[in-house]
Design a protein around this ligand. Sequence first.
Ligand code: ADP
Length: 385
Amino acid sequence: METLLGIAAGVILGLSVSAWIFKRRGDIALEHLRQARRERDQARTEQSRASEQWNAISQSITEGILILDAQRQIVVLNAAAESLFNLRDASGRIFDQRAWSAQLQPLINEILTRRAESLSQTIVKDARAFQVLARACPLGETTGALIVLTEITELQRLGRVRRDFVANISHELRTPVTSLQILTDTLANELGDASPAQVWLGKLRSQVDVLHQLTDELMDLALIESGQMPIKLVEMPVAELVTQVVELFRPQIERQALALEIATPADQHVLADPAGARRVLGNLLHNAIKFTPAHGRIAIRARQTGDVIEIQVQDTGIGIPSSALPRIFERFYKVDHARVQRETRGTGLGLAIAKHIVEAHGGKIWAESIEGKGSIFYFTLPVAN
Ligand code: ADP
């Protein structure tokens, strides 16, 4: 009897423990389920908040945004792009780039065929100018194309207004400045060499010369920037280009007792506008002379790298502080060299003009420098085959 009772109690105890374990597991599973639901709801809320935010941003910005998948189906099209491309509810439709501008086609092709990661181009459509940026963007397992269109018609108009203003002002200043030069020279002749006023007239003449150079360079810059300065490409030997420029500056080089090294292989030819190329090299050499103290060294070297000829002008002059180096090609930028006399300072336009000319040839211009040790200026021109 006692044994039976013991067995029964054991069975009851076992059953209650199992029921408790069962319930406990059930509670835990339920809690996991609730937690999973809470996380899912939270993720949905965050997702819909992010999507609302994206909609608010993409619909209110003035840039047109378009995302295409690998099959050119429209995935995203914001309000600005809808009105630009004249498309309504186009999501899922195939985008026909030719309907807007055939110029878009190569950009999209390059991105979707993965030949380029990012491309930018200016497209003119119905007298409006757009800066188009096309970029590869991941879409799940595949890659799509993100296209951003920014209208730059007004920006281009303002650029034209600025260039015209500068060109007009410098044109108007030319005549009075030339008259001032003639009047100063006439006065100097009239007064004779013995006159004590010659010192002041000399200073006046050098200030008028600076004004003359400034007006000339401003006009040139305006012409180059507006694409009105003709670039006529001819095949020319690099050695000849270098000799022509060096001869112009020979008196200054000798006056400062500078050592000049020239290393230009005889068989190298560039495809360049002779006047433009001489102006670029002339500006770099003139700067090298201006900013190198007497008995310093200047080297002009040329070498072919790929399909360009790289020409470098190295000096052992005062150098350029690293903080100023990124700005020296900006118009009017001049480093405030404490050791350079006021008279040797120029207009700050020479390198800006040189940059425009080099870029009009499809080349690049850049500089390396160590303050107190010297500088190397480089530029490239296409090699003539
Ligand atoms: P600038 O007419 O003043 O020479 P640039 O545009 O030719 O104008 O040059 C801009 C500035 O860059 C110069 O004022 C000078 O401060 C600096 N610079 C250019 N070339 C050199 C050089 N070889 N050595 C030191 N500084 C230079």
